[in-house]
Design a protein around this ligand. Structure first.
Ligand SMILES: *[C@@H]1O[C@H](CO)[C@@H](O)[C@H](O)[C@H]1NC(C)=O
Ligand SMILES: *[C@@H]1O[C@H](CO)[C@@H](O)[C@H](O)[C@H]1NC(C)=O
Ligand SMILES: *[C@@H]1O[C@H](CO)[C@@H](O)[C@H](O)[C@H]1NC(C)=O
Ligand SMILES: *[C@@H]1O[C@H](CO)[C@@H](O)[C@H](O)[C@H]1NC(C)=O
Ligand SMILES: *[C@@H]1O[C@H](CO)[C@@H](O)[C@H](O)[C@H]1NC(C)=O
Length: 318
């Protein structure tokens, strides 16, 4: 089998697939993976992988497999069983455990996305990982593995707390990757894995928002290793764990490479609690009229009681 490899920098469509690294072509298929991922001990790492195939109209079935290269061990295998279990619910809900690790499918076969997430990283996970897809229409594996680096963590995954309606800053501090070009900062919600916002580097060190709501503000300077982002008008449904993905690229002999730094942060949002005074306002407002009514009623009752007594007294004895 003739294997031609070629590297292409894809224009960034970051909404679902986040893969712009080394790309290989084999018999009309292609597969793109990130070249290097840097994550932290105790945190999570997304290993992106996307592919294309020539039979665009066919319903895909088959397995998505990830291997650890050194040990040649299969670390992840999930299967799309076929049209009756359409949209690959099986892969979608798969969490596989291997010791302390959790591997979770975060791709989507319909979008030709075979990415996985590794959770609870340990230093031993630093390795090269290879993405395979084995489908009803053929198979492909990435000839270029993804190099996962796991950095020793200085502490636990940071936790940020805020109250509904307030603003909070999600920290994303990293050591910048010299010799590569900083391109985007993307925030993903971890579970379920969803895109939140992407900021893209413009010329002269300015950044634009590519996709995402207007509640998010990049306030750190990513060029200095600070991609901290503010969320305004917090909502209770922002209560999630987030991944900050800082993307670098480089180009060598017309080949493009993608490098990702990934950081995890937990956001806890407390629902707004109204002060007790505000809760009491309706009562305070309603109290005087109630009091007046009660007094009137009491007086009427007493008067009625008295007049009854009077009439009783005045009643002639039989
Ligand atoms: C895929 O389906 C569309 C419409 O159903 C058709 O126009 C197109 O030619 C098909 N493509 C292939 C490669 O079969
Ligand atoms: C992956 O899992 C499927 C379904 O359980 C199984 O048929 C297949 O043999 C597995 N693949 C490998 C390489 O172990
Ligand atoms: C997978 O992608 C398809 C097409 O974009 C979409 O309709 C479907 O909802 C996605 N499935 C999941 C589980 O996100
Ligand atoms: C990151 O940037 C934010 C906003 O400018 C600042 O408040 C914070 O102190 C910076 N953090 C570090 C570690 O530099
Ligand atoms: C927010 O998330 C944490 C777990 O991260 C959970 O324990 C807590 O109950 C959640 N709070 C709300 C208001 O949903």
């Amino acid at each position: 089998m003739a294997m031609i490899s070629l590297y292409i920098w894809l224009s960034a469509d970051l909404l679902s697939v986040f893969v712009h690294g080394s790309k290989i072509y084999v018999n009309g298929w292609s597969m793109t993976v990130a070249d290097e991922v840097r994550a932290e001990e105790g945190g999570s790492a997304v290993l992106p992988c996307s592919f294309t195939h020539p039979d665009i109209n066919l319903t895909l079935t088959g397995s998505i497999l990830w291997y650890k290269r050194e040990s040649r061990s299969l670390i992840f295998n999930c299967t799309y069983p076929g049209p009756d279990h359409s949209q690959g619910e099986l892969c979608g809900n798969v969490i596989q455990r291997d010791g302390g690790n959790r591997f979770r499918f975060v791709g989507n076969l319909t979008n030709n996305d075979a990415s996985i997430m590794m959770e609870g990283l340990s230093l031993r996970d630093a390795s090269f990982y290879v993405c395979h897809v084995e489908l009803n229409i053929g198979r492909i594996k990435s000839r270029i593995p993804t190099n996962l680096e796991v950095k020793a963590a200085r502490g636990n995954v940071p936790v940020v707390r805020g109250t509904e309606g307030d603003s909070v800053t999600l920290p994303c501090i990293f050591r910048s990757w010299d010799s590569h070009t900083l391109t985007t900062v993307t925030w993903m919600r971890k579970e379920p894995y969803r895109h939140v916002i992407t900021f893209r580097a413009q010329s002269q060190g300015t950044w634009t928002t590519v996709h995402g709501g207007n509640r998010y503000e990049l306030i750190g300077n990513p060029e200095e290793g600070n991609a901290s982002t503010r969320i305004n008008q917090l909502r209770v449904r922002d209560n999630h764990t987030y991944l900050c993905l800082v993307e670098y690229k480089s180009k060598l002999n017309f080949q493009f490479y993608q490098y990702l730094i990934q950081k995890e942060v937990q956001l806890q949002v407390v629902p707004e609690t109204f002060p007790i005074v505000i809760l009491c306002i309706p009562l305070v407002v309603k109290l005087p009229p109630l009091l007046v009514m009660w007094i009137i009623l009491y007086k009427q009752k007493t008067r009625y009681g008295i007049s009854l007594a009077d009439s009783y007294l005045q009643m002639p004895k039989a």
